[in-house]
Design a protein around this ligand. Structure first.
Ligand code: NAD
Ligand code: UDP
Ligand code: UDP
Length: 317
């Protein structure tokens, strides 16, 4: 195929990466998934491996990578607090050294490059909802800093490579996303609550559950990031991508209990340090630039995710 694109997805065996690889393969592209399986799983890409246009390379992006592609999606980085705090120095390395390597690669081969940034660049926000122009409220020495400051530095690198070397960059600030292929031991709130509810175990609410998050279903996110990648060179972001429907964590627990028909009780545990109190994206920029908005409501997204974990628990391995 003449216009078949060669696309690198770092972190392609993870939750978001595996969905992105599937979409890119469905569209007829040639996809190279690079992942060191730190939090990703081969299972997430086992079906894709049957496709002749899909390749997998086990590699840690903190080390240089010499390949030839047309586009790069840089997603490699553990995303859940328990995983990124497990080896915080490695988390900073993947965000900073990893970004430098992928930007150096993009520079050499003149490839367009996407960065999976995060709402965590806003820290514990004092402005609500969060707009791209808000500079954030981030602690630089706390347990979340390896991720928050790492991702902030990665954004700095992306914009400096653009200013200094003219790179075609696309930076998305992704807000809490959920769906099938999340790691069951990921520790994130949606997967934790669903698994606890399905197993009839207590649902662990950190703090009093009044903190808020806005949850985006994976299919909506994937649509937005591929649309962003297809924008003209002058569209760089940073661009918020997420679902602005905001829920208290306690409310999320109630919804999941209801949808699973679970009899799990709720238990309250200490709130982790620097846990953001509120979070909701202002997605005006994405709406206007991409003509995009999330379509999948929390109930529908949770039902699909519950189905996934239900299957996983009945057929482990
Ligand atoms: P994930 O943990 O499921 O996926 C991350 C992937 O990166 C894993 O497959 C992991 O093995 C791989 N990886 C980690 N370190 C690596 C390294 N040094 N070299 C190569 N591969 C490495 O997480 P996810 O939810 O799919 O997140 C993907 C990206 O999106 C991350 O960059 C994350 O920061 C960002 N993000 C996710 C969310 C969310 O809600 N899921 C929100 C904001 C930003
Ligand atoms: N790099 C890479 N693959 C390439 C080109 C570069 O992994 O195809 C890495 C390289 O190891 C370097 C980094 O990207 O450390 C940054 O490259 P850049 O050209 O910006 O800087 P320099 O090579 O001058 O340090
Ligand atoms: N949370 C919770 N119970 C859990 C896991 C998470 O109450 O079992 C809370 C957590 O303290 C935070 C919110 O849910 O306030 C979202 O947590 P998650 O780790 O999913 O994402 P992040 O904090 O990075 O947005």
């Amino acid at each position: 195929m003449i216009d078949q694109k060669r696309i690198l997805v770092t972190g392609g065996a993870g939750f978001i990466g595996s969905h992105l690889c599937s979409k890119l393969i469905r569209e007829g592209n040639d996809v190279l998934c690079v992942d060191n399986l730190y939090t990703g799983r081969k299972k997430n890409i086992s079906e894709l491996l049957k496709n002749v246009n899909f390749e997998y390379l086990r590699h840690d992006i903190t080390f240089p990578l010499f390949i030839e592609v047309d586009e790069i999606y840089n997603l490699a980085c553990p995303a859940s607090p328990i995983h990124y705090q497990n080896d915080p120095v490695q988390t900073t390395k993947v965000n900073v050294h990893g970004a430098i390597n992928m930007l150096g690669l993009a520079k050499r081969i003149k490839a367009k490059i996407f960065q999976a940034s995060t709402s965590e660049v806003y820290g514990d926000p004092t402005v609500h909802p969060q707009l791209e122009s808000y500079a954030g409220n981030v602690n630089c020495i706390g347990p979340r800093s390896c991720y928050d400051e790492g991702k902030r530095c990665a954004e700095t690198l992306f914009f400096d490579y653009r200013r200094q070397h003219g790179l075609n960059i696309k930076v998305a600030r992704i807000f809490n996303t959920y769906g099938p292929n999340m790691h069951p031991n990921d520790g994130r709130v949606v997967s934790n609550f669903i698994i606890q509810a399905l197993k009839g175990m207590p649902i662990t609410i950190y703090g009093d559950g009044s903190q808020t998050r806005s949850f985006c279903y994976i299919d909506d996110l994937i649509e937005a990031i591929t649309l962003l990648m297809a924008t003209p060179n002058d569209v760089t972001g940073p661009m918020n991508i997420g679902n602005p429907d905001e829920f208290q964590i306690l409310e999320l627990a109630e919804r999941i209990t209801e949808l699973t028909g679970s009899r799990s009780e709720v238990v309250f545990q200490p709130l982790p340090m620097d846990d953001p109190k509120q979070r909701r994206p202002d997605i005006t920029l994405a709406r206007q630039t991409l003509n995009w908005q999330p379509k999948i409501k929390l109930k529908e997204g949770l039902e699909k995710t519950i189905q996934y974990f239900d299957n996983l628990l009945s057929r482990p391995g």
